[in-house]
Design a protein around this ligand. Structure first.
Ligand code: ARG
Length: 272
């Protein structure tokens, strides 16, 4: 029998892709020679934002900054759990200035912000489940940052190692669907991490190569609705089977920079 899923209202921070472009290459998807269409990127992003609003979620905005073409990927801007903010610290100098901009957004609104000691790319590599934080490393976030997150948030952190350069952030290879339910692409992880995931989540939805390659794991769930790239057709079927309501989105322009729905979305988790 299909479980009945319940959505809980969320608060998201997003950044309009006003200055979106691909002018450097810091992941396997980015080809600076290829043309980008900023107006189309904006229209696709607007659609994502209005879908969230239509589902009853609150969307906050941060002002985009010229010269920071990847700032649209708000998930990388910080991690917010229980009203506490762990600032990001980017691996590549091209994105370094995004971290203080996001930290400042939270400080101005009265959130306590912890400045990061180690490189961490926010929710790109920290995914919060009901009772733990799944933390990626291998390409961006420094494994030493995982212990830092554990200290800042007081939640157990499970370290996972990414091994495929196409899936360089944890949120490109794994999505949290509900408290302790996930979907993921095993081949993106080291054998040890695959064993950890199998043990923790024996009932997880396992993505096919085709679904992972269209960024199907870069999904945002409110516990019932799951927004993900519409090309991820097998995942969409699997989600329906589990009682979720998948909603396909088209973010082809942002894919040119190696990002999709989840990358554009930073969840602000208030005090419990
Ligand atoms: N071009 C960006 C980068 O390589 C894309 C970031 C995608 N964000 C994400 N949360 N996976 O850093």
């Amino acid at each position: 029998m299909r479980p009945t899923r319940t959505a809980t209202p969320r608060r998201y921070l997003m950044c309009p892709p006003v200055y979106f472009d691909v002018v450097y290459s810091i992941n396997a998807w980015m080809e600076p020679g290829k043309p980008t269409d900023t107006a189309l990127a904006l229209a696709q992003w607007e659609r994502l934002r209005s879908l969230y609003q239509g589902l009853g979620h609150q969307v906050e905005l941060i002002d985009p900054i010229p010269g920071l073409p990847d700032m649209v990927f708000a998930a990388n801007g910080a991690t917010v759990v229980n009203g506490r903010v762990l600032a990001a610290r980017f691996r590549h100098p091209e994105r370094a200035a995004e971290a203080p901009a996001y930290a400042e957004w939270f400080r101005r609104r009265g959130y306590p912000v912890h400045d990061a000691e180690h490189v961490n790319e926010g929710e790109g590599d920290y995914l919060v489940t009901g009772e733990r934080i799944l933390a990626g490393s291998g390409f961006r976030t420094d494994p030493r940052a995982h212990a830092e997150a554990e200290r800042v948030f007081g939640l157990p952190v499970v370290s996972l190692t990414l091994v495929d350069p196409r899936f360089y952030h944890l949120d490109t290879a794994l999505a949290v669907l509900d408290h302790e339910e996930i979907m993921y692409y095993p081949a993106a992880f080291s054998p040890e991490s695959q064993a950890t995931l199998r043990e923790l989540y024996p009932d997880a939805i396992v993505a096919t190569d085709a679904d992972a390659e269209v960024f199907g794991l870069n999904a945002v769930s409110d516990g019932r609705h799951v927004l993900l790239p519409e090309q991820a057709v097998h995942l969409i079927d699997a989600l329906w089977d589990r009682g979720f309501v998948p909603i396909g989105v088209e973010l082809s322009e942002l894919m040119k920079s190696g990002g999709s729905a989840k990358c554009c979305t930073l969840e602000i988790r208030e005090t419990q």
